[in-house]
Design a protein around this ligand. Structure first.
Ligand SMILES: *Cc1c(COP(=O)(O)O)cnc(C)c1O
Length: 408
């Protein structure tokens, strides 16, 4: 998707860039300062509805909070999804504050400390075990708390998913228990008095290719059916992962959601239900639900020309929106979609480089981008900023103040 397509997706009633129908200058006045992140609650709701419409009825939809843990966003999301998936006790607290029942909160992530496991067991959330050591420690935590822990096993699959922005399964991984180690782990858990409720397989993130996701889901189902056969008790819980990507770069096309949904229909009806009955089956999504609903809004502080290159220096940068600078898991730096807000259509265009206010050459938000001519005081907007923005950025780097966040 190119910049124009992103602009078109965020126009308010007056044909100007807006979030939740509020024009960006007006919103900046309401927020009181730039830079800020603005998230559109209607866009989030619409996206969840689109996913629901594509998924088989009865398939659980989880929201992976780490994509955007702003409490207001999580609160908005809580009644729209079946589970909240957390990766720290901080996120667990945000999830429980929404009123979501503890059994509907799942806790994955390597390196859960003893203190965190005690809190998770005391809360009653589902702990997704990442290793045999963690299984032993959760059993101790359960004794300490005097409660029966909810546990499942996160499995590192014996296959890898190509085409993912971030691979988190297959080969050696810090995540999950290798598929071939799961059967011995289940018997060890039995000895520890832990009841394994099921399996979670998360193979990777940011995938735009429906055919690859379809293959990953199919192989995930093969794997969990195989493991279920060896389970000492009927499996009650399956999390098939997610990894649905969003288009960040000009050549990216949106994911074919219908194709992925159709495959999940087939897998659940033809393969899972006949064998496992009314097992709870779900997927978990982060960026796909919130990423496109967010804008990062900055204001031009300086405009200068250096040896033929025009620079727009804005009051934000990589300390708030690291991913747009190309320093969050990208191999080759490419521009995130970007636009100037509130300028007339017929304003002349020019090639500029948009940089942030940090004193490092890494702080580039748009390298040689074509934009309407912008001056000091104009707003420059970076799209696809609803996921892995503020909380995935080095906010302390260079000591500038943090940005505001608003859910409109
Ligand atoms: C990060 C993460 C997600 C969310 O990934 P997205 O690319 O935002 O959808 C889901 N599940 C697990 C286990 C994760 O670690």
């Amino acid at each position: 998707m190119n910049d124009e397509e992103h602009v078109a997706a965020h126009l308010g009633p007056d044909g100007m860039l807006a979030v939740g129908g509020v024009g960006l200058e007006r919103l900046a006045a309401r927020v009181g300062s730039t830079p800020f992140f603005a998230y559109d609650r209607e866009a989030i709701s619409r996206r969840v509805a689109a996913v629901r419409a594509a998924l088989p009825e009865g398939l659980d939809l989880g929201y992976a909070i780490k994509a955007n843990p702003m409490p207001a966003v999580v609160q908005h999301m809580a009644p729209l999804v079946d589970t909240l998936d957390v990766a720290s006790v901080g996120e667990m607290a945000v999830a429980l504050d929404t009123g979501k029942r503890a059994e509907k909160v799942t806790f994955a992530g390597p390196g859960k400390t003893d203190a965190e496991l005690v809190r998770a067991v005391a809360a009653g959330v589902l702990v997704e075990l990442e290793s045999a050591g963690e299984a032993r420690r959760v059993a101790r935590a359960a004794e300490e708390v005097g409660a029966v822990p909810h546990v499942a096993i996160r499995v590192n699959p014996d296959f890898a998913v190509k085409g993912s922005g971030m691979r988190m399964g297959g080969g050696p991984q810090q995540f999950g228990v290798d598929a071939e180690q799961v059967v011995p782990l289940m018997s060890m858990m039995n000895d520890l008095g832990l009841q394994c409720e099921g399996f979670h397989v998360f193979a990777g993130s940011q995938n735009l290719h429906a055919d690859i996701l379809v293959e990953a889901q199919s192989r995930t189902v093969d794997l969990v059916l195989e493991l279920s056969k060896a389970a000492p008790r009927p499996v009650r819980y399956l999390n098939l992962g997610g990894g649905f990507g969003i288009p960040y770069f000009a050549k990216d096309r949106p994911l074919d959601l219908a194709a992925v949904g159709d495959n999940l229909h087939r897998l659940t009806e033809e393969r899972l239900r006949p064998v496992l009955g009314d097992v709870s089956v779900g997927i978990e999504l982060g960026r796909y639900l919130v990423g496109e609903a967010g804008l990062y809004v900055t204001r031009v502080v300086d405009r200068k020309t250096s040896r033929g290159t025009t620079y727009l220096v804005v009051d934000g940068g990589m300390h708030h929106q690291l991913a747009a600078s190309g320093n969050f898991g990208q191999v080759i730096r490419r521009n995130y979609p970007i636009a100037v807000a509130g300028v007339p259509e017929d304003r002349e265009h020019e090639e500029v480089t948009v940089v942030g206010c940090l004193c490092t050459p890494l702080d580039v938000l748009g390298d040689k981008v074509t934009l309407p001519r912008a001056d000091v005081g104009d707003l420059v907007v970076v799209f696809q900023a609803g996921a892995y923005g503020l909380t995935a950025s080095p906010t302390a780097f260079l000591g500038h103040p943090g940005p505001a966040e608003v859910l409109v």
